[in-house]
Design a protein. Sequence first.
Length: 367
Amino acid sequence: MEYKEPHYPQIEVDLDKLEDNLRALKSRMDASGIQLAGVVKGFNGLPWAARIYEKAGYSSIASSRLEQLHHLRMNGIAVPLMLIRIPMLSEVEETARWTDISLHSEPAVLRAMEQAVKAAAGKRRHKVILMVDLGDLREGFWDQDELVQTALEVEREMPHLELAGVGTNLGCYGTVQATPEKMNQLVAAAERVEAAIGRKLDIISGGASSSIHMVLDGTMPPRINHLRVGEGILFGRIWGCDMDFMHKHIFTLRAEVIESKVKPSYPVGELSVDAFGRTRTYVDRGRRRRALLAMGRVDYGECEDLIPREPGVKILGASSDHTIVDVQNTAHPVRVGDILEFDLCYATMVYLTSSRSVSVTFKTERG
């Protein structure tokens, strides 16, 4: 079965491959006692795809964008929803209303969350995870005395919040690698909290896709019992960890050729800057056939991140709404109206699935 929309550029999501990846990774995490929050921000929280996470038995579905979680709940997703970007103070009421779990590093926001959950009629206790900064220098408590004091305040003075655990993030800003040493630091922080509150925490969340390799190679410390995974599922790999048991081509980008002509390879005239104010460099390779595609940087970000599937297609550059590719050496002539296919990286997929100009289709044989 295929769900089609009529225009290009177009992203096709293979739901069967996505389900295979979800189940393959979950089975390996289950064997190590690790729960997975399936992060869906990479494809803009599209409900058709998010339902596959629910079908595959994931304990929660997560996103950094509250509007995506709201949209999922309104589209019938029933599993717990987790907000993985610490909430803005201005959105605590919406966080309390639409999510079940959230990450935190600011006592003021936690106090506001307590009042928001209290005011939400019929709302059960909201679970919170306190984030610990282990050196990547994004969100999280740097001062662990402050971490412990905040944990005590939540435990003793915020009856509408449940202190579910502690967590960390690595690699997303400071490029700090997730290692067993960093995970042991997180466990030590968790144990300080546990000693203060007098009970075990339910969750010690050891990061994101960049932590998967430790589970697979057996080096993950045993008390880490939770990961928040997005990219690793969607691409079957993460930097430094290529998972050969997972599909690599869940997403296909298709773009239509709107011009195909032989032209010089070096611009003719006095050079300045491009549409985004950048200076460019060019290589004069003589006259070459080049194709113009009806998509541009406003759709996908950086054209260098696109990966042509057809041999002989080479990315030359892009403006806001056009992508230029060299097609001189393709096996078959590229003509106006032809459709070229591309693989994606995480960044291009985030942009493309958020663009209103890009249609999204879903493919499945399983129903």
